[in-house]
Write a new protein. Structure first.
Length: 241
């Protein structure tokens, strides 16, 4: 139980793919014009993570290391294509809103990252839970950004919800601000950058106050390598990527 809780805490907060690792920011910034689009793309990405992780975990013993990336791409492409057809058939208006960003899930580095980091090394159950937690973490981030952008940029919340959940859910649509009070800058990607920066600052502040994340000095582009020669220790900088 503690391991399952750790997986979800990591996925939702400590290792949130959008707020900590800053992966897959293109769809996060581009499609979060409103809350419904954000939820739609987030849930689609979550389904892709779950299905691709489960499939890769099932066949992990048959995947050769040198050919693993092409195999990941083929599996992820198949899953995304299937989900794309389902959304087109049952939520066409959402499909039109999301547009090219559904097929682009194939190139989302979050999906391939979890496949290579988790699915190919763990059981099916762990892989599914990891995909669910990472997907929900990304969905919550997109929902937060989409809600803030929709309220400030358009003055509404849950615009178009009837196209996804049906006419019976139209009552959830709210007009928060008067049309003359909106700030259109936040309806554009530049506004999304600003809001993302504020959300990142807020999360980092909470992490420091609550002591959730230990401070580590990590360099992605380079690392320090100790080289011993003739009894003398010398430190050299070597690129890792």
């Amino acid at each position: 139980m503690s391991n399952i809780l750790k997986i979800f805490v990591d996925g939702l907060w400590k290792k949130n793919s959008s707020l900590v690792q800053l992966l897959g920011l293109c769809p996060v910034l581009a499609i979060t014009v409103n809350a419904i689009n954000a939820i739609g793309l987030g849930l689609a990405t979550t389904l892709v993570l779950i299905c691709s992780n489960a499939t890769i975990s099932l066949i992990k013993n048959n995947i050769q290391k040198d050919f693993r990336i092409p195999i990941y791409i083929i599996i992820i492409s198949s899953v995304v294509s299937s989900i794309d057809l389902v959304i087109k058939a049952y939520a066409f208006n959402l499909y039109q809103s999301l547009g090219i960003f559904i097929p682009l899930i194939i190139t989302n580095c979050i999906v391939c990252n979890r496949a290579d980091l988790i699915a190919v090394h763990n059981s099916v159950l762990v892989s599914i839970l990891d995909g669910l937690s990472i997907g929900l973490g990304s969905t919550l981030t997109m929902f937060l950004l989409g809600s803030i952008r929709e309220i400030i940029g358009h003055g509404t919340l849950f615009f178009g919800i009837e196209h996804v959940l049906g006419e019976s859910f139209r009552f959830l649509y709210i007009e928060v601000l008067d049309k003359n009070s909106v700030f259109l800058l936040f309806a554009f990607p530049s506004g999304a950058f600003m809001i993302l920066g504020i959300v990142l600052a807020g999360k980092n502040f909470l992490d420091e106050v609550l002591g959730i994340i230990e401070h580590k000095n990590v360099c992605v582009c380079s690392n320090k390598v100790l080289v011993y020669k003739d009894g003398n220790k010398k430190i050299e900088s070597q690129k890792s990527l």
